[in-house]
Design a protein around this ligand. Structure first.
Ligand code: NDP
Length: 263
C-alpha cells in the first residue's frame, strides 16, 4: 500500500526513543523527512543516525524542553528554517507519573499540564499556519489508555492525558476546514526502555525478575497477555498520518490489546 508520505515533513516530539523513535523510523521508511525533538541531545543524535539508516531523506533534531513555551518556539522556528514548515505533527512527548492526589504539590500538576497539553496546543498553534500554506496536514496526539481507564498510581498522568484527548477533538473541529485532520491514539502497554527501567527498579529488591513483572502486569490487565512492541503500534500511527486515512477526523483510537474494559 502506498501511504503517499514521500517528501512530507513529519515533526515528532519525543522522537529519540520508544514509540516516537519507532514512528519516526516508520515515516523514514515511507520516504518522509523527519524532525525529532527531546531534551537529551546525545539520545537525539543516536536516534538521528538510526532514522537516517531507515531511509529518511532529511532528519533534523531539536533539543529542548517542551514543557516550556520557549522550547516549543525553538521547535517551530527550527522546522520553519530547515523545512519551510510541516505537514505532519505527532505530539508524543510525555511520561508517566506516580503520586496520590493528597500528596502531589501544585507544581507537579502544572508540569504535566505543560508537557501533555500546553505543548500540543502550542505546537499546533505554531505549525498550523505552515500546514495551511502547504494545503493541509495531519496532527496526531499520542494520549494513553489512561485517558479513559485510569491506573491508580498516576492521577496526574490520567487527568492530563484525558485533557489531551479533549484538546484533540477540539483541534479536529477547528482545523478540518483547512484540510488538517486531527486524531488521538490511546495505546495500552508498550514495551519501551522506560518501562524496562521502571520494572528493573521495582524488582531490584525482590530478585530482579523484571521480565516476570512485565509479563504479570500484561496478563493481569490486557486480554492479549503481553506488551506491544513500539514497532507494532508505530505502524498504526504512520497509517493514520497518511492520505489512506483521509476520512478519519476527530477520533480516538485504542491500540491496547483489548485492555479497555468498556465498549
Ligand atoms: P519514553 O519515555 O520512551 O520516551 C519519551 C520521549 O519524550 C523521549 O524522547 C523523551 O526524551 C521525551 N520527553 C519527555 N519529557 C520531555 C520534555 N519535557 N521535553 C521534551 N521531550 C520530552 O516514552 P514512550 O515511548 O513510552 O511514550 C511515548 C508517549 O506515549 C508518551 O506520551 C506516553 O505517555 C505515551 N504512552 C506510552 C505507553 C507505553 O506503554 N509506553 C502507553 C500509553 C501511552 P527526553 O527525556 O530526552 O526529553
Amino acid at each position: 500500500m502506498d501511504l503517499g508520505l514521500k517528501n512530507k515533513v513529519a515533526v515528532i516530539t519525543g522522537g529519540s526513543v520508544g514509540i516516537g523513535l519507532a514512528v519516526a523510523k516508520g515515516f523514514a521508511t515511507e520516504g518522509a523527512h523527519v524532525a525529532i525533538t527531546a531534551r537529551n541531545a546525545e539520545r537525539l543524535e543516536a536516534a538521528r543516525v538510526e532514522i537516517a539508516r531507515a531511509g529518511a531523506i532529511r532528519v533534523m533534531t531539536v533539543a529542548c524542553d517542551l514543557a516550556t513555551a520557549e522550547g516549543v518556539a525553538t521547535v517551530v522556528a527550527a522546522v520553519e528554517r530547515e523545512f519551510g514548515g510541516a505537514d505532519i505533527l505527532l505530539n508524543n512527548a510525555g511520561t508517566g507519573s506516580n503520586e496520590t492526589i493528597m500528596d502531589a504539590p501544585d507544581d507537579k500538576w502544572q508540569y504535566y499540564w505543560e508537557l501533555h497539553v500546553m505543548a500540543a496546543m502550542r505546537l499546533a498553534r505554531g505549525l498550523v499556519p505552515s500546514m495551511r500554506r502547504r494545503g493541509g496536514g495531519v496532527i496526531l496526539n499520542n494520549a494513553s489508555i489512561c485517558a479513559a481507564q485510569p491506573l491508580w498510581y498516576e492521577p496526574i498522568y490520567n487527568v492530563t492525558k484525558a485533557a489531551l484527548v479533549m484538546l484533540s477533538k477540539n483541534m479536529a473541529n477547528e482545523f478540518i476546514k483547512d484540510g488538517i485532520r486531527v486524531n488521538a491514539i490511546n495505546p495500552g502497554f508498550v514495551l519501551t526502555p522506560d518501562w524496562i527501567k521502571t520494572a528493573k527498579q521495582l524488582t531490584a529488591n525482590k530478585g530482579g525478575n523484571w521480565q516476570g513483572y512485565i509479563d504479570d502486569l500484561a496478563k493481569e490487565n490486557a486480554p492479549i497477555a503481553r506488551f506491544a512492541s513500539p514497532e507494532e503500534v508505530a505502524d498504526f500511527f504512520v497509517f493514520l498520518c497518511s492520505a489512506r486515512a483521509s476520512y478519519s477526523v476527530g477520533s480516538t483510537y485504542f491500540v491496547d490489546g483489548g485492555m479497555l474494559k468498556t465498549i
